[in-house]
Design a protein around this ligand. Structure first.
Ligand code: SF4
Length: 387
């Protein structure tokens, strides 16, 4: 990656950020010598300043400051023109055996609603229309840490639980047409939460609900805290309330001791769940995690094969699901010119599907348009703005 980035464009700034960067700090520079920066999980908001610093010739920069106040850590959003992320929850109280997040980011901590709403208003003023509320296990919002709402009163729609109240409040911010939240956890898909998503007009029919494995034995070894039956129930509840729901997921292949039978269970379960999209990862041990002490016994070539099989399954499943939309009209939030072809424009549906279409006079980024879908690919829909 580094070599091709360097060859491709001079002036490119390349850095590493996230949990492993936080944990390894400066030593990442020894492993990847031409890196420009290493940034920890609580310093994401500092990245623009760090990039400037590198461009001014003061790199490489290592910033894995541990003592940053939570408010500062959360005071930053990832803005993508008309869409943006808002951090609402940091850290995690779970203990999945392969994951370094709890050790690096600390216990779960929810951001008070007032700060989230202030950020949502500022984003709406800047032209953002689609907001994703972000957290490791976001369905736990408000259940750990300090109170997130000043009073226990119900929301205007009668929601008592913190996340539904927040979704409703962000959705009520003028200009915000869509609200999403990621990532979910099956344990958090309570009837109250599902009712809220279905009832709040701005809440999109899209949820990223990591599965990781379709084998109960592997889920137990991962300490995910649910079985496939729990997951099935959560997905069923969501789909009963929102028949149009697009469900996306993560899966890990080659977890220690994962047998061919376990893997085939994952394949079958992913098919049963009819995921609209899936991110598939080959297991690799993270130092400091429980699973790192176990025998990493699935050979690399086999991990690669399982990875390719799940991706191929997802390609055909994605195509099959998208083809059902051909001939239908979908609401699209216009993002602007396509990166691949400037003569085409792109946007996203409420279900987070990318739609490519011909631009039309007077249509601008941030507009909602109705697009008639005439062609489908596994990851993309193509169509024409409807009259
Ligand atoms: Fe928490 Fe498990 Fe997600 Fe890691 S993988 S952030 S431990 S829920």
């Amino acid at each position: 990656l580094l070599t091709s980035a360097r060859r491709g464009r001079s002036g490119q700034v390349v850095g590493v950020m996230g949990c492993m960067a936080q944990r390894l700090g400066r030593s990442v520079l020894d492993k990847v010598p031409r890196l420009d920066f290493v940034v920890g999980t609580r310093r994401l908001a500092a990245i623009p300043a760090i990039v400037e610093c590198v461009r001014a010739g003061h790199g490489p920069v290592v910033d894995t400051e541990e003592g940053v106040a939570f408010d500062e850590a959360l005071d930053g959003h990832d803005e993508r023109g008309v869409a943006a992320y808002i951090n609402i929850l940091l850290g995690c109280d779970r203990r999945c055996t392969y994951c370094i997040v709890p050790a690096v980011r600390g216990p779960e901590w929810s951001r008070p609603a007032a700060g989230v709403l202030a950020e949502a208003r500022a984003l709406a003023d800047a032209g953002v229309r689609d907001v994703t509320l972000l957290g490791q296990s976001v369905t736990m919002y408000g259940r750990r840490g300090p109170p997130v709402w000043p009073a226990a009163a119900l929301s205007p729609r009668g929601f008592a639980e913190p996340l539904p109240r927040l979704i409703e409040a962000v959705g009520a911010v003028e200009g915000i047409g869509r609200v999403r939240f990621t990532s979910g956890h099956p344990a958090g898909c309570t009837p109250e939460l599902v009712r809220a998503i279905a009832e709040v007009g701005a809440a999109c029919e899209h949820l990223h609900l990591p599965l990781q494995s379709g084998s109960d034995r592997v889920l137990d070894a991962m300490r995910r805290g649910y079985t496939t039956e729990d997951y099935r129930r959560a997905a069923g509840r969501l789909r009963a309330a929102m028949p149009e729901l697009a469900l996306t997921t993560d899966a890990i292949v080659g977890f220690p001791s994962e047998s061919e039978e376990d893997f085939e269970r994952t394949r079958a379960f992913m098919d049963e769940m009819a995921f609209d999209n899936a991110f598939v990862f080959k297991y690799s041990p993270r130092p400091g995690t429980v699973a790192a002490g176990w025998n990493d016994d699935v050979p690399e070539a086999e991990k690669m094969r399982r990875n390719q099989v799940l991706l191929a399954d997802q390609e055909s499943r994605g195509l099959r699901l998208n083809e059902r939309l051909v001939g239908r009209r979908v609401e699209v939030l216009v993002e602007g010119a396509s990166l691949r072809n400037e003569k085409r424009w792109t946007g996203r549906t409420r279900t987070n599907k990318i739609v490519v279409f011909e631009p039309r006079e007077g249509v601008r980024a941030g507009d909602m348009v109705q697009v008639d879908v005439d062609r489908a690919m596994p990851q993309t829909l193509y169509g024409t703005i409807g009259r």
